[in-house]
Design a protein around this ligand. Sequence first.
Ligand code: NAD
Length: 404
Amino acid sequence: MNFTTITNFIDKIGKIANLSEKELKILKTARREHTAELKVNENKYLAYRVQFNDARGPTKGGIRYHPEVDLDEVKALAFWMSLKTAVADVPYGGAKGGITVNPKELTIQELEELSRKWIRAFHEHIGPTKDIPAPDVYTTPQIMAWMMDEYEKIKGEKSPGVITGKPLELGGSLVRDIATALGGVYVLKEAVAKLGLTEKTVAIQGFGNAGMNAAKILSEEGYKIVAVSDSKGAIYNYEGLNLNEVIKVKQETKSVVNYSNAEKISNGDLLKLNVCVLVPSALANAITVENANDIKAKIILELANGPTTPEADEILHKNKVLVLPDILANSGGVTVSYFEWVQNNYGYYWDAQTVKDRLKEKLVKAFNSIWEKYSSNNYDFRINTYLLAIDRILKAEKLRGNLK
Ligand code: NAD
């Protein structure tokens, strides 16, 4: 994922929506890019916070710890967050942060020190009404807790709304742990109803937080999970997998491939199975020109970020495969993060069912707004999702007087 790929796509949308140069410029320009060098035990790490677009509210987005994180990637992800918050219609802009580090090489003390130093470097730029970070790749509720604590020490007051994805004991929200998968299932069920599909077979690529929870929820909803995969390989049984057994095997042996009551297939073959729903929940660029024509699923639910390349998208649209794009399909995570912030600001906490009902309301509404556009033109569902997000951002920019 790089910034140029995203801006190229925005140029494409610009032509469709007839956007002016000024509108394109405001969409493609990051408001603020902050960088710092953090020192822990003689080692230096580059750290970032990019606040991309704040027209619709305080900026929001996770902090990624990864050896390959750089400013270009953080900018691209911050831009994506601006679109995602607009699609879900939560009153936020978009941001992202990161540290170029392999956290697996740090001791727990070093991890805590690095996380606290990230806050010391950027505390002036964040805050509950400015910019609200959250977890992302390799950052955890514990890291959010250290970060909140450091921020509160600097400010001299309690401020749980400064960061989301916290442990429940420190103001986290119920349902946050399964929110991405649950939101995806709400969106999928709307799409299945619109298309009038009755077949219920599902293949899931990736069996981590997003993929495993999606498998659990879909199976409770009566779907038949016939294949799942992880980095070691895939398993397939047309009669359906015994999910509790698969989860047990994954926990005990670290991989789903050791589950015995299924055929072992390659990760590539899982994508081409004859199923109704395919759920990419692992990596970017899983579906490309190389395999798009072989996809037999009727719906692709993108729980992963960026699993389909733009070229593959065109093939899938031609083949009448409905792709529910990442910025809608996995926006349940940021939506429940928003609920966490609301609960922190009020100091009043909701039960799990209330969180689920409100998540469903938000995502069903988002899906239907896009479906309405999609039914009235010939563009694919992703383009229509971007059209909705960009329209919402530009309306806010206009109302602020930024587009005279
Ligand atoms: P995770 O690390 O918990 O799980 C990733 C899974 O993918 C693991 O089971 C891993 O073994 C598997 N995997 C890795 N390489 C694979 C390959 N080549 N083939 C098949 N499986 C492979 O991560 P996660 O939190 O579940 O996130 C998965 C995706 O969803 C990412 O793209 C992430 O950006 C996106 N996402 C997650 C959340 C969330 O709340 N967890 C929110 C938004 C987006």
